[in-house]
Design a protein around this ligand. Structure first.
Ligand SMILES: *[C@@H]1O[C@H](CO)[C@@H](O)[C@H](O)[C@H]1NC(C)=O
Ligand SMILES: *[C@@H]1O[C@H](CO)[C@@H](O)[C@H](O)[C@H]1NC(C)=O
Length: 419
């Protein structure tokens, strides 16, 4: 489903954009961005094929202790510059030169699948098309021969990750495991209240950072009260999904991964719909911490059939949780300056900072072109409150014909046209 979605939209995105927008490739993104000049070089090339190791591939198979130059060489070794090769173009024995001079990739195609360099990596997802090439995901990091010689003997295992198969034995799914743990009943209650239990249980791969009951008890009680009230269900979902990842991040491997040990740590995209990410870091051999030391992992690697749970000692709050509607309008210095001034004149900024929830249909500065706002505060208030609806209406809830009653008391109607 993800692949089909990318296929229909890919023509607009470069190879680098596809990597940036794919939560399974966030470690690759971090490494590309931290390698000077590499993103620019990739964007300047046409018709390339990138074999992109997933986050799990990096965490499991990237040797520890590579220099910056060696990382750059490893990344170049995943790029074929002689064409955009679709999965159907790859045949047994095919050898392709890479962007790393003198180093090629050798393909094996057999009944088990498509492998590179005698099983160093297996191709696990294919044909993500970009404007300037194509990406295939692989489950291991490919090492050019001169780096493999140096690092492979000391590596305990370079076998590709087994493809996870659902089992009937072993631990239950991630929700069942959380239910069975001691000290996480608040989290479990909130997940059920937000109706996310089925979502998390059915993800093929998941990591959940599970705040302890003590972590929830330390939250501002008024925040908890708001989040557990029906009007704020969407925010509760967003906050819980901010603790969840569509990829398996295991503690010991996180600890050993070079990108996590580096000063910046690694940023991983969460399942929440906003762009916030969570940072994992292990400064100087200390234990794994989250968001620059905001939270510590107190129990790592509780296995579930579809992923892993790490207990943490704080509830993570995405940036929106501390911002009222007023703050968001005030912080927007590009498009909402006129609206901010008018809301201020009508003394409505305080109202929008108060008890909500509110949905604001915010006219941008350009929308006020040629319009003279009334000086009369009542007339101005009428106009402004006609743009505010009580309740929370994200764009996915707005459908053709929807009619909503504004704070002014009159209705607005939506029509949705296919783009
Ligand atoms: C297919 O090739 C891979 C990589 O060389 C190898 O590990 C695997 O055992 C092969 N599968 C079969 C069925 O030969
Ligand atoms: C305004 O919209 C609400 C909600 O859809 C509806 O119940 C109400 O009848 C509408 N009022 C008018 C005057 O159309």
């Amino acid at each position: 489903m993800v692949a089909a979605f990318l296929k229909t939209t890919s023509a607009q995105s470069s190879v680098v954009d596809l990597v940036v927008n794919d939560p399974q490739l966030s470690i690759l993104e971090t490494l590309v961005v931290n390698t000077p000049g590499l993103a620019g070089t990739l964007n300047a090339l046409d018709d390339i094929t990138v074999f992109a190791p997933t986050n799990e591939a990096f965490l499991e198979t990237l040797p520890v202790g590579l220099s910056q130059e060696q990382v750059a060489a490893v990344l170049q070794y995943h790029v074929v510059t002689t064409g955009a090769f679709a999965a159907s173009d790859v045949s047994d024995g095919l050898t392709l030169p890479t962007a790393l001079e003198g180093e090629s990739l050798v393909f094996t195609v057999n009944v088990t699948g498509v492998f590179i360099n005698e099983g160093m990596a297996q191709v696990v997802a294919t044909d993500f098309e970009a404007t300037n090439g194509i990406i295939h995901k692989v489950n291991g990091v490919l090492l050019p021969s001169f780096i493999a010689e140096e690092f492979l003997p000391s590596m305990p295992s370079m076998a590709p990750l087994p493809t996870p198969a659902p089992t009937t034995e072993g631990p239950g799914n991630i929700v069942e495991v959380a239910v069975g743990l001691d000290g996480f009943s608040t989290l479990v209650d909130l997940v059920v209240l937000a109706e996310l239990d089925d979502v998390l249980a059915s993800l093929p791969r998941a990591t959940v950072l599970a705040p302890t009951d003590d972590a929830f008890a330390a939250l501002d009680p008024s925040l908890v009260a708001a989040l557990t009230s029906p009007p704020y269900k969407l925010h509760l979902q967003e906050i819980l999904l901010y603790h969840s990842f569509e990829t398996i991040l295991r503690g010991p491997n996180l600890l050993n991964s070079r990108s996590v040990r580096s000063r910046g740590g690694v940023y991983i995209t969460t399942l929440s719909t906003n762009q916030d990410r969570v940072q994992f870091k292990t400064p100087d051999g200390a234990s794994l911490n989250i968001n620059n030391g905001f939270a510590d992992v107190v129990v790592a690697d509780v296995a579930a059939s579809n992923g892993v749970i790490h207990a943490i000692d704080q509830v993570l709050l995405p940036s929106f949780a501390s911002k009222s509607v007023t703050t968001v309008i005030q912080e927007d210095v590009y498009d909402l300056r006129t609206l901010k001034t008018l809301l201020d004149q009508a003394a409505l900024l305080g109202v929008l900072a108060g008890q909500g929830p509110f949905t604001v249909f915010a006219p941008i500065d350009e929308a006020f072109d040629g319009i003279v706002a009334p000086d009369d505060v009542d007339a101005l208030t009428d106009i402004l409150t006609y743009h505010v609806v009580p309740g929370m209406y994200p764009s996915f809830l707005i459908e053709d014909g929807l009619e909503l009653t504004t704070v002014k008391g009159t209705n607005i109607t939506f029509s949705v046209t296919e783009m």
